[in-house]
Design a protein around this ligand. Sequence first.
Ligand SMILES: Cc1ncc(COP(=O)(O)O)c(C=O)c1O
Length: 375
Amino acid sequence: MRFDTRLVHSGQRPAPGTGDIVAPIHVATTYDRFAQEPLRLFYSRGENPTREALEECLAALEDARYCASFSSGQAAATTALSVLSPGQRLVSSDDVYGGTYALFSTLGRFGIQVDYADLTDPAEVRRALATDTAMVWVETPSNPLLKITDVAEVSRRARARGAVVVVDNTFASPALQRPLELGADVSLYSTTKFIAGHADVLGGALVCGDEALHARFVEHRTVTGAVSGGLDCYLVHRGVKTLSLRVNRQTATARSIAEELCGHPAVVGVCYPGLPSHPGYRLAARQMSGPGSIVSFRYRGDPEKLMARTQLFACAVSLGGVRSLIECPALMTHRPIPRAIRNAAGITDDLIRLSIGIEDPADLVEDLTTALEGD
Ligand SMILES: Cc1ncc(COP(=O)(O)O)c(C=O)c1O
C-alpha cells in the first residue's frame, strides 16, 4: 500500500462479528478476564484496542515496526527523555518549541545536561558531538524560525557517538518528511497538530523501529499514566485519513502567502523553507516532499494590533489545523524562554507565525493584506 492508501486503511480492519469499517471506540477501563480468548487486555492504562488501531496506522505511515501514542506531544517528549540517565548529556536544536525548552529546563534536577546548538550548521554539529552525547534532539522545520536540519547527516554523526536521535516531526508530519527513513531513531509527534488536523483533540506519538526502545516507551507510559483515551485515539485516527489532502492544500496556500508577504512594505523578512531566499531551501527540497504550511515573518508595526485586525486568522497558539491561526511567538508559544535567549535565537517581538488552514486562499490573502495595511 502506498502512503495515501495507508492513511485510510491502516489499523482499520473490519471488526469481527459486526464488520464495522471504522475501528470501534473502546471506552472500557477494564476487561473481563474470562470473556477473552486469548487473554490480552487487562486495564486500559496498559491496553486499549482503539489506541492500538491508531498506533498501527501511525507506524505504517513511516514503514516502522512500532508506535506508542500518548495523551499529548509533551507526554510523548517526556517519555522519549525517560531513556536518559543521570550524568548523561542531551544535545538539542537551538530553535525548539517553547514547551520543549521548558521541559528540558527540568532535566538539570535529574542530573542530565542539556546543550543547545545550531544543528543546521555542520561545524556546530561536529563541535556539539565532539563530547559524549546520549541523545540528539532535532526539530526540523523548527518552531518558529523554520530552520532546516540535515537529519541524515546529524543521525550519521550521532550514531557514531552511540546517541539516540529523536526528531520532532510535528511541523512536517509524515506526509512531508519521514525521519526514520533519513536515519533517525525516533519520530516524535504532537498529533494535536497536522495528524489530527481539526484542533479538537490533544495527542502525541513516538514512532520507532527498535523493539527495546519501544518497550521502554510503553513501560514509561504505563507507569506514568501518560496514555491517550479511546475517544481521543478515535478522533486522531479519524483526522489522519485526510492528512495528505489537507497538507497539500495548506502547503500550496502557504507558498502563495509567503510570496505575497515578501513584497509587502510592512514586512521586513519572511521565513519559509519554500522560498529560494531561505537558507534551508535546497535541503528542504531534498529531505521533505514539500515545505509545509507554517510561515513566519517580521512585521514593522505593532504585532498585538495586527493580530487583533485579522478576521479569518484566529489569534491563537497551536498549528496544523483546518483553520488558519496567527500568533506572536515571543508573546505566546515561546514566552517560557527567557527574553535574552529568545532574542539571541532570533525570536524577537516583531516575529509573527502563521499556520495556514484549508480556507479559500484568496480569502486568506485578502484578510492578511487588509490587516497588514492597518498601521
Ligand atoms: C513542535 C512541537 N512539538 C511538541 C509540541 C507539544 O505538543 P502538545 O501541545 O500536543 O503537548 C508542540 C506544541 O505546540 C509543538 O509545536
